[in-house]
Ligand binder design. Structure first.
Ligand code: NAD
Length: 488
């Protein structure tokens, strides 16, 4: 009806400092109600072409600004987003299905901090210099921005992950064409409204909305985009590698995980259990760093499982805008069905589901009956070879299994294709070091989870990615280095 279509939020691409409509649109759903509430541009080659052109035009001016000038603009943008934090948090929660509490305390504060962090770190890099005194030579390195950066981000932490790319890219003097996930485009569009006020010159940040297959691929294939920073699934990354190969593009790939938690019998369970609940179920388990394989040493297995399940049952699902709710909606109907299918497969294999999906009743408010909800689900008695122990499920599902020895658990934890993050729980310092060293994982947290210092490298090994992000790593990725030799 007219009234219905009038109420829809309609996004526009942001190119050369202007909002421009698109010839076709994609429906975007509110995951907590199942309603279409927004229309997202279905951009393709033409829109990407215009955005790359704008970014190329803006590059000479932006790249010649001093780091301090760029830093001041990034800080201003951080202030503006922070000023609208509540509006951004509400929008992220509605668009993604995550709880308002998570959006308020994690997503948007981190987006603000991403700009502040790179505004600061860009001022503190130094380059290398060596001398060959006997032949009168000095060598030094110099770093310059690369050009137009293509940035592609996923739907789980929309503004958080997009700004984790935009901030270092522009701090280094590049101009960007960003493509957020077609399922979560609203907060990126809101951010575009603040760019001019922050002092970001037209064309420095361009945002093209649309699907991966059309808009994403057009960006990956564009000959004037020499680098692509991608966060998303391993399958999509394989496609990006293939498509960018003819141009030998520089790639940063942050991909999926199948992250283990290893709980030794000397672990402090009063810390381990609440943290492992968060690491399994925060943001509906839709975080690349979420734990999905919990290895518990035999002596404490029964106690751990009992306490863990009892606590998991306390997580309340409901309207994400209710601040007392712990579990919001999953991103889409298709994704919910995929996550549920893993639980069914586990049951068919003889595993036991201790709580959540198919076991506990899901009581939802009237307005959320058609939303994509699922309770925290704990699976036990599952084999290491099971797809639930091998594949990334990316939902509120975690498996708990027993182990006996340190040697055994390291081998089993490593026996997956992924290598993003791991947690180790033990009060034995020597053991914690030994295990951390041997895990095939880009990040290892011991006796904690998701404690981050953005200065340090972030990223995965094996099928979890190529490259690292962080103060120094992002600086190196987003700049081209040159070695210059001076002889007198
Ligand atoms: P996805 O790979 O389906 O999509 C990610 C982005 O890529 C989206 O913007 C999508 O439109 C785009 N895309 C899809 N196909 C494309 C193509 N052919 N060419 C160019 N772009 C394309 O991933 P998703 O489902 O949005 O996100 C979930 C995945 O992201 C999970 O696997 C998760 O582990 C991973 N992830 C990783 C990290 C990390 O830092 N390692 C962080 C968050 C999420």
């Amino acid at each position: 009806t007219m009234a219905h279509s009038k109420a829809l939020l309609v996004l526009e691409n942001f190119i050369a400092g202007k909002f421009v409509p698109c010839s076709s649109y994609i429906d975007s759903y509110n995951p907590s109600t199942g309603d279409v509430y927004c229309r997202v541009p279905d951009s393709g080659k033409e829109e990407v072409e215009a955005a790359v052109k704008a970014a190329k035009n803006a590059f000479p001016i932006w790249s010649s600004k001093s780091p301090l000038e760029r830093s001041q603009i990034l800080n201003k943008l951080a202030d503006l987003i922070e000023h609208d934090l509540e509006a951004f948090a509400q929008a992220e929660s509605k668009d993604q299905g995550k709880t308002i509490t998570f959006a308020r305390t994690v997503d948007i504060p981190r987006a603000v901090y991403n700009f502040r962090f790179f505004a600061s770190s860009i001022l503190h890099h130094t380059t290398e210099c060596t001398e060959m005194a006997t032949i009168g030579c000095v060598h030094y390195t110099s770093r310059a921005p690369v050009g137009v950066a293509g940035l592609i981000s996923p739907w789980n932490l929309p503004l958080y992950l997009l700004t984790w790319k935009i901030a270092p890219a522009i701090a280094c003097g590049n101009t960007v064409v960003a493509k957020p996930s077609e399922m979560t485009s609203v907060t990126a569009w809101m951010m575009c409204k603040l760019l001019e006020k922050a002092g970001v010159p037209h064309g420095v940040v361009n945002v093209v909305f649309g699907t991966g297959a059309k808009a994403g691929e057009a960006l990956v294939c564009h000959p004037d985009v020499p680098l692509i920073s991608f966060t998303g699934s391993t399958l999509t990354a394989q496609r990006i590698v293939e498509k960018s190969a003819p141009h030998c593009k520089r790639l940063s790939l942050e991909l999926g995980g199948k992250n283990p938690a290893i709980v030794f019998d000397d672990a402090d369970l009063s810390q381990c259990i609440p943290t492992t609940l968060r690491s399994s179920f925060a943001n509906q388990g839709e975080i690349c760093l979420c734990t999905s394989r919990i290895f518990v040493q035999r002596g404490i297995y029964s106690e751990f499982l009992k306490r863990f399940v009892a606590e998991a049952k306390k997580w309340k699902a409901g309207n994400p805008s209710d601040p007392t709710v712990d579990v919001g909606a999953l991103i889409s109907k298709e994704h919910l069905e995929k996550v549920r299918s893993y639980v069914k497969k586990a049951q068919a294999e003889g595993a036991r589901v201790h709580c959540g999906e198919g076991v506990d009743p899901l009581a939802l408010p009237t307005g959320n009956q058609k939303g994509y909800f699922m309770l925290p689900t704990v699976i036990a008695e599952v084999k290491d070879e099971s797809c639930c122990m091998q594949e990334e499920i990316f939902g509120p599902v975690t498996c708990v299994v027993e182990f006996d020895t340190e040697e055994e658990v390291i081998e089993r934890a490593n026996r997956v294709k992924y290598g993003l993050a791991a947690t180790v729980w033990s009060s034995n310092v020597g053991r914690v070091h030994r295990v951390a060293q041997r895990l095939q994982s880009g990040l290892v947290w011991t006796n904690c989870w998701l404690v981050r210092d953005l200065n340090l490298p972030f990223g995965g090994m094996k099928a979890s990615g190529i490259g690292r992000e962080g103060a120094k790593d992002s600086y190196e990725f987003f700049t081209e280095v040159k070695t210059i030799t001076i002889k007198h």
